[in-house]
Ligand binder design. Structure first.
Ligand code: ZN
Length: 341
């Protein structure tokens, strides 16, 4: 038993944190950010249907104690990212919608049966984001400034003119892949800065656009935490980018048989300064050597309970914890860099 006075004291001095929930949507994406002032940003909404919308709503309402989603971003138009939003908007109010722009021409990988419900849900009130834009977040009180900056979108990176080619060569060692004509390459990617803490989420950005985040200059720079691009697929996670990000902690939003691929896992393991690799799922298609250790995996089985991974940043203490609540596992990491704002 903790004495009551101690309990009271700890309630008073406990710092408010910036929380990031990596919700398991079985190889899709749904990342919920809640600021110390209670403002919320959801990035992607998983697959269509009740499962993913239900999981997101549960985390938002029951864990994060949210009454609404203030900002919802669709990184790109694939069903594992935009699919859940019509159902989710029935479960919790969503105030603002952002995307990289509605498709203007038919494309084989963009399905009208996903775009039409999105248009209905947003009722024309969606805003287009492009590289270099910011979403303004409330800061104040004792908390360091928050910055949410878009660094990639529609195939271009911050500082580049619209329509720039996807492939850019900065040195002879570089090996581009064939041009990616899917909407993955158009993904919105962002950096969230909270004092000295930096988090990068690149949606499903692929190899060549990732390269442009480093060539000819580093657009993102070093981060603390990397939401591994494209569920950890090997068509993404160009080592040029990963090594430049120098993440301390990497979190792979993979499914039991999707993402978390062998080359990407090797790239992450070899990244300079890496301390921990987390996975939402054990990849059942590869060996134990190509998966992170069991204590870093939120869901072991194919028929899982949809366990999330939670990240809490206490900038005042200059540390963050990564927790898998379902396994009662929590680890603390230091914020090593100084305030970039
Ligand atoms: Zn995806």
């Amino acid at each position: 038993m903790v004495p009551l006075t101690l309990l009271l004291l700890s309630t008073v001095v406990s710092a408010k944190t910036l929380d990031i929930y990596f919700i398991d949507v079985e190889g899709g994406a749904a990342t919920l950010i809640v600021t110390p002032l209670g403002e919320s940003i959801l990035i992607d909404s998983g697959f269509p249907g009740e499962r993913d919308a239900g999981r997101i709503a549960q985390v938002a309402r029951d864990l994060a104690k949210l009454k609404q989603i203030d900002h919802y971003i669709t990184t790109h138009w694939h069903r594992d990212h935009v699919g859940g939003i019509p159902q989710l908007a029935q479960l919790i109010p969503v105030k603002r919608y952002y995307d990289h722009g509605l498709p203007t021409a038919p494309a084989s990988d963009i399905l009208p049966e996903l775009i039409d419900p999105y248009k209905k849900t947003t009722d024309g009130k969606n805003q287009t984001l492009k590289a270099g834009d910011d979403i303004k977040l409330r800061s104040g009180g004792p908390f360091p400034r928050l910055r949410f900056e878009i660094v990639a979108g529609s195939g271009v990176v911050k500082g580049e003119p619209a329509g720039s080619p996807q492939i850019r060569i900065c040195n002879p060692d570089q090996k581009p892949m064939a041009e990616d004509k899917t909407d993955n390459a158009n993904s919105l990617g962002f950096v969230l800065t909270f004092g000295g803490f930096r988090f990068f989420d690149g949606g499903d950005l692929t190899w060549n656009v990732e390269n442009k985040l480093v060539c000819p200059r580093a657009v993102v720079g070093a981060v603390d935490v990397y939401q591994v691009d494209h569920h950890g697929a090997d068509s993404s996670n160009n080592p040029t980018l990963v090594n430049n990000l120098q993440p301390r902690v990497a979190i792979i939003g993979n499914g039991p048989r999707k993402g978390g691929e062998v080359n990407t896992f090797a790239t992450l393991k070899a990244a300079p300064g890496i301390e921990a690799i987390y996975q939402l799922h054990r990849n059942l298609a590869t060996t134990a050597n190509d998966n992170t250790m069991s204590g870093y995996i939120a869901n072991e089985e194919e028929s899982c309970k949809g366990n999330y991974i939670r990240l809490s940043v206490d900038e005042v203490a200059r540390s963050y914890t990564v927790s898998i609540d379902a396994k009662q596992i929590s680890r603390k990491y230091r914020v090593v860099r100084v305030d970039h704002n």
